[in-house]
Design a protein around this ligand. Sequence first.
Ligand SMILES: [Zn+2]
Length: 204
Amino acid sequence: MRRGGNYLGNNKDKPEVQNLLEQYSELFQDIPQLGEQYETREGGILTIVGWDGVTKAGKRRKLTCHCSICSLDQELHPKGSLKITKDKLMSGRQPCSCSWNTKWSERQNKIRVLRECEKRGYIFHGWSAEYKTQKTRLDLENPLTGNRWITTTINDFLLNGSGDPCYTLKAERAIAINKKPDEEHIKDFFKNWYLCRWHNFQEK
Ligand SMILES: [Zn+2]
């Protein structure tokens, strides 16, 4: 059995071997093997570096992987944190953020939000309610406008560019692109700032 497993592993690119692997994948528990590499959706190289745990039935539980792209970010993906079952890996899924639907943990989401806040100059006061995946709302503050709001979800903030309702990303981007002369930027900023103050005043 051991020899069979190695033979199949070494010749896995041959179509006839791939057919066999598909048919008998359950029989060969040592496939995929340590050191084997797969290309990720984002062009990274995923290398199998170990196994994590054993199931009740005595089967190896999950593969530990290293991604040539994602593992460079050790804060977001610490060593040994990329884990996936053999079946998921064989069906083309990936344990890292190269995947098309990465399942971010609460810890990772906090890091991602903090990084985005740093970019935009916002203050992150934490989740505005109990944490529930990407739909969790954030408690954010923009020192520039003095506005603090709790309506933006993690996904809206990170993927859709949502931000301070008073001073939208659109305005931020316009300034970043820097197409207008300085006075126009200043005028725009104060227009937004006054609208925001007026809006807050109306709410009180
Ligand atoms: Zn990756």
